[in-house]
Design a protein around this ligand. Structure first.
Ligand code: GLP
Length: 244
């Protein structure tokens, strides 16, 4: 894991956008995308560059990390809707290039298996963008999740529901279940970039620095990945560098 500290949220967004554009120029096709607030400035920067005509991601496929169970299709807080609005449509990426876990059918376990198969058919994720929950979750893999998990149905931790309530009209509206790529699925990506900004992430990043295989910190699994960068702003930066 490499830790990269940038001064501001804008500098983080610009750095990660540069990295995405570089990988696309090198032939990246499958971009793994996360929701939450942390990647939004990066997405806005990519859209700004698209509008300026300096980047073209129209051939890319977008693969979403996770999705709530129980929201109607098109719900404004659903992750599919969010990525559709903030990234896919503004970048002119065809709708059939947006791949999200299926959460509306009767058999979610079978749907999870289909999602895994789909990622394989796409050739795997080339670059996975990630956020991190304040409890160390990646995707919706909560603390204690085995690092061998593939895409699965999860029950969200109360703290995760509280943290995500800001995207809903009422805290009780936050679903209690979700489908998420598993930790092993995430580790299959050829490159991972985790974005964390703001003082509310400082504690979890400090834990990540010293995690050393801590199973209670799902993000610590990234230490086992061959190409992971943690990109943080000054407010989120842990006190000392991560070991690689
Ligand atoms: C949600 C998402 C995660 C994301 C996390 C952090 O729980 N499922 O993928 O990393 O939020 O969100 P934020 O960036 O808003 O802090």
């Amino acid at each position: 894991m490499h830790l990269l500290i940038r001064r501001s949220v804008e500098d983080v967004a610009s750095f990660v956008a540069d990295l995405v554009v570089d990988r696309v120029r090198q032939g990246l096709v499958v971009l793994g995308v996360a929701t939450g607030g942390s990647p939004l400035p990066t997405y806005a920067e990519l859209v700004r560059r698209h509008r300026a005509g300096t980047v073209d991601l129209r051939r890319c496929h977008l693969v979403l990390l996770d999705e709530y169970v129980g929201l109607p299709p098109g719900h404004p807080a659903s992750y599919r809707h969010t990525i559709d609005e903030v990234l896919r449509r503004p970048l002119g990426i065809p709708v059939d290039h947006l791949h999200t876990p299926e959460v509306h059918g009767p058999d979610l376990v079978a749907a999870c298996e289909r999602f895994e198969a789909l990622i394989g058919e796409l050739g795997g994720v080339g670059l996975q963008l990630l956020g991190i929950g304040r409890n160390g979750h990646i995707g919706f893999n909560e603390p204690g999740t085995p690092w061998t998990t593939r895409t699965h149905v999860v029950t969200l931790a109360p703290s995760t529901r509280r943290d995500n309530a800001r995207f809903f009209d009422h805290p009780d509206d936050v679903p209690s279940k979700a489908v998420t790529q598993g930790i092993a699925t995430i580790l299959d990506a050829r490159e991972v970039v985790l974005i964390a900004t703001g003082a509310t992430k400082a504690d979890v990043l400090r834990r990540l620095v010293t995690a050393d295989g801590d199973r209670d910190l799902p993000a610590a699994a990234l230490a086992e990945h061959r190409s992971t960068s943690i990109v943080v702003d000054a407010e989120a930066a842990p006190p000392r560098p991560l070991a690689s």
